[in-house]
Design a protein around this ligand. Sequence first.
Ligand code: CTP
Ligand code: MG
Length: 231
Amino acid sequence: MRVNAVIVAAGKGERMATLLPKPFLPVAGVPLLIHTLRSLARSALITRMIVIVAPEREAFCRDLLDSYGPFDMPLCLVQGGLERQDSVRLGLAALDPDCEIVVIHDAARPLITAEIIDRSVTAAAETGGALVAVPVRDTLKRVGGDGVVVETVPRQELWLAQTPQTFQVPLIREAHARALTEGVLATHDAALVERLGRKIQVALGTARNFKITTPEDLRLAEVLLQQGLEE
Ligand code: CTP
Ligand code: MG
């Protein structure tokens, strides 16, 4: 089974509000993207990594990979697009010709483990598509525009989607092609497969695999990565 990883790092990081986009911010002395690539490289199943970057950051990113690599496997850079979905689609076009399974992962989730990756690959090989997710722990409220609670939403059956999202290659390519021609935009890849009526298997993630979105997230990741808690 040939497995490639697509790592999306072409976002602007508007909610982080730093000059440098998130993947290039230093965390415990090392750029965030490098932490993420090292975590992915621990999976024995992945044989090649495809990093998606904004065109204006390509040269900068190439220098980073040169200084922090090698990563124990071939790695290439591909230019991303305006939306995350565009970036993923461009990455899917660069997979090895014999690639059967693709692991799509956010550069902004450095604390992913090999165990979770491998669980998602196994699930995708069986069902076609897998989504790493965690059950919702807190009580959920629907709140009106006036700040008044409308109702309590039962949290049984509710999960928070993370990445990796892992797929058999023909299936995810078809889902992205259909979304493009039909003008559908989704925040994550599994949704594009769901709309084809195909099954997505959930693979259990961890709270630690959170996405770095705000400066507070960055500080938390720094503490965890400094202590080597990604293991
Ligand atoms: N991403 C991407 N191409 C885009 C948009 C996002 O490759 N056009 C990537 C980001 O770099 C990130 C991941 O998708 O690793 C998840 O997106 P998000 O956390 O929303 O990152 P940003 O879009 O960069 O942040 P923001 O939404 O705050 O601008
Ligand atoms: Mg975004």
